[in-house]
Design a protein around this ligand. Structure first.
Ligand code: CA
Length: 359
């Protein structure tokens, strides 16, 4: 008994001292870099807001807290649509958002978020990593002194919330709808009145009748935003955003001031955040959709096939037109189209075929 008790005590002491001395730098080191991350999201918004928090936390942990990151929501430092400018000017060293918000400033920006009838999340990641996409993205942002990284993806989104059913393409005529990016341009071609509003302003606009319809993300976010209280038809699929690639922006001067190991930390943390968000959306969307339909009696509807066909045809034209704006857009577009062509023969007998076989 005495021996056992002694062993127990000594191992407890050893354990306590090991805990105290294992990683002393984690506890005592002062941060060498204190940075702000401005985001285009409401603070702690499900998915992308919590994704930005996760990214900041990962950077702190992986750097042994040599980098400290404080995350700010929409309007806390700058409004959502000015996050890129804030990173460019160095008002903040980091940003988290989505590139189609900058399409008025950078013509090719939307290609790095999502294009209508374009890449899914896994295809976008493959293009960025193995198809030259990330190099092109860096080239596009380089004149602004900003370095982009992927840091999340919503997966396929929903087609949006509507106050009236969409039965033919004529129903888009005069429809006041919130839809950013190239999807919005497609609906403009069908004579919809398209607006771009950040997430924080959509609910009031829909509820108050300033808009008749909106796309946002998918069930996980849309349930939290309460759109079911303002519109009753919930359409699928999200043809306009088949996988929105979210971006992590880093001021280039700041990035270059980091030692090499911390530059790696920034890169690896972004990859971790990217992976995690894809899984988060997949696991959270399904129960949220169930709640919307069963509890809130939302009417789930598929866009009729002829409507989708028209949207697809117009999308091809709009995307090709958008690529004509400047040389860099053309280069990005051609790279995407080539990659799509290269992978589609495989996708048709793998992901796409398998997906069809399951329903
Ligand atoms: Ca969206």
């Amino acid at each position: 008994m005495r021996r056992r008790s002694f062993l127990k005590k000594s191992s407890a002491v050893a354990g306590a001292s090991a805990a105290a001395v294992s990683f002393p730098h984690v506890v005592t080191a002062k941060p060498k870099f204190k940075v702000k991350m401005a985001t285009t999201w409401l603070k702690n918004a499900p998915g992308f807001g919590t994704g930005a928090n996760y990214l900041a936390k990962k950077i702190e942990e992986l750097s042994g807290r040599r980098i400290r990151v404080k995350v700010y929501g929409d309007k806390e430092i700058v409004p959502a649509l000015q996050v890129f400018d804030a990173v460019q000017r160095g008002t903040v060293d980091m940003g988290h958002g989505v590139s189609y918000y900058w399409q008025g400033k950078i013509a090719s920006a939307p290609f790095f978020a999502a294009i209508p009838f374009g890449f899914t999340a896994s295809e976008m990641n493959a293009w960025l990593e193995f198809g030259g996409g990330h190099d092109l993205w860096k080239e596009v942002y380089d004149p602004f002194g900003v370095i982009p990284f992927s840091a999340g993806n919503t997966g396929v989104q929903m087609g949006g919330w509507f106050n009236k059913p969409i039965e033919t393409v004529k129903d888009f005529k005069g429809l006041k709808i919130r839809m950013p990016g190239l999807g919005g341009k497609v609906l403009s071609q069908l004579n919809a009145a398209v607006v771009t509003l950040p997430g924080s302003e959509i609910f009031q606009a829909l509820k108050g009748g300033t808009i008749d319809a909106t796309e946002w993300v998918g069930p996980y976010n849309d349930l939290a935003s309460g759109f079911y209280k303002a519109a009753k038809f919930y359409y699928w699929p999200g043809w306009h955003e088949p996988g929105a690639n979210l971006e992590f922006l880093v001021n280039k001067k700041f990035y270059n001031s980091l030692p090499k190991d911390l530059q790696q930390v920034v890169q690896v943390a972004a990859k971790a955040a990217n992976n995690r968000m894809i899984s988060e959306y997949l696991s959270r969307n399904a129960p949220a959709l169930n709640t919307l339909v069963t509890k809130h009696k939302v009417q789930l509807k598929k866009f009729p096939d002829p409507v989708l066909k028209k949207l697809k045809n117009v999308s091809k034209e709009v995307v090709a037109d958008a690529a004509k704006k400047d040389k860099l857009s053309q280069k990005v577009y051609q790279s995407m189209m080539k990659f799509e062509k290269d992978i589609l023969s495989w996708q048709k007998v793998s992901e796409i075929a398998y997906g069809k076989s399951r329903i």
